[in-house]
Design a protein around this ligand. Structure first.
Ligand SMILES: Nc1ncnc2c1ncn2[C@@H]1O[C@H](COP(=O)(O)OP(=O)(O)O)[C@@H](O)[C@H]1O
Ligand SMILES: [Mg+2]
Length: 281
């Protein structure tokens, strides 16, 4: 199978959160490099605080980049502001974790979905047709448009957020823990929706999660972030089945596996690894 072309390339990315004083500056990312290919999912995994969301924010232009470059379709978008950044919003969209706070509670679903279309200059009738198609794409009832977000379940709200992200047919969606707030059954359904949408449209995902089962399920490539360093990356099957870095090995061994014998074996391996320093490679 031939490789898909690169859509987004991050090279040598440093992000520093500024403190009040210089010595309070916090280096959240150090020398992070990876690429997201067209029609593929790059799964970014790591424990809480490792810098996953910071990578998403840097791509969306929400935090300043201290060093390195971000290129989208071969064009440098690092630090892009104003009109250029707004234009890019049609191509790069985002879905956040919390479907309760990311949707305006006082707007009907139809208006939530119409917003990006109206800003992009769509006519009312074109927008209405597009909204009907979007509701169908995310498998929400056709009459959802006249209802408020609170009338929907968590999984349905996340479908609304996905529909809004898809409205202008973006090429990349930054998905920051988009199923982490959902129960397991709903997670599976929403993950399958992400997969189906990708197959139908060729959209790429930067899929951020702390959940290894999720990353395994959805990713073509996987990157493992540990305290601001991308310590390992590669094809999803390779990284998830034969991790090389001690941190990744520990991380993947702590993922729940249903078989009790296998779990006991993993616990023993984890104890053995706990004695090794995490960054010894
Ligand atoms: N605005 C900020 N100012 C200072 N530090 C921050 C800010 N946002 C995040 N951080 C710190 O940067 C690190 C990475 O955060 P984040 O990217 O949100 O991690 P993750 O998404 O992997 O949980 C954390 O230690 C966090 O405390
Ligand atoms: Mg985060």
């Amino acid at each position: 199978m031939s490789e898909q072309p690169v859509l987004l390339r991050v090279r040598g990315l440093d992000v520093v959160y500024k403190g009040r004083r210089r010595r309070d500056d916090f280096p959240a990312l150090r020398d992070v490099s990876f690429a997201v290919r067209r029609a593929e999912t790059y799964g970014l995994v790591g424990e809480s605080g490792s810098g996953k969301s910071t990578i998403g924010r840097a791509i969306l232009g929400l935090v300043p980049v201290a060093r390195g470059t971000i290129a989208f379709e071969q064009k440098d978008i690092t630090g892009l502001r104003g009109r250029g950044r707004r234009r890019l919003a049609a191509d790069i969209q985002v879905v956040f974790q919390d479907p309760y706070t990311s949707l305006n509670p006082s707007m009907e679903v139809e208006d939530i979905l119409a917003e990006p279309l109206t800003i992009a200059g769509w006519t009312r009738s074109d927008a209405r047709r597009r909204i009907a198609a979007l509701l169908d794409d995310v498998r929400l009832p056709a009459d959802s448009g006249r209802r408020l977000p609170r009338e929907f379940s968590g999984g349905q709200r996340q479908r609304i957020a996905i529909a809004r992200a898809m409205a202008l047919q973006p090429k990349l969606i930054v998905c920051d823990e988009p199923v982490s707030a959902l129960d397991l059954t709903t997670q599976e359904l929403v993950l399958q929706l992400f997969v189906d949408i990708q197959e139908a449209t060729g959209v790429s995902y930067l899929f951020i999660t702390h959940d290894l089962a999720v990353v395994r399920h959805i990713s073509h490539q996987v990157g493992v972030l540990y305290r601001g360093d991308l310590v390992e990356h590669g094809r999803a099957d390779a990284v998830t089945s034969a991790p090389q870095h001690p941190y990744t090995q520990r991380l993947f061994m702590s993922a729940p596996v249903p078989d009790p014998a296998r779990q006991a074996e993993r616990r023993a391996q984890r104890r053995a690894l706990a004695d090794a320093p995490p960054r010894a490679v």
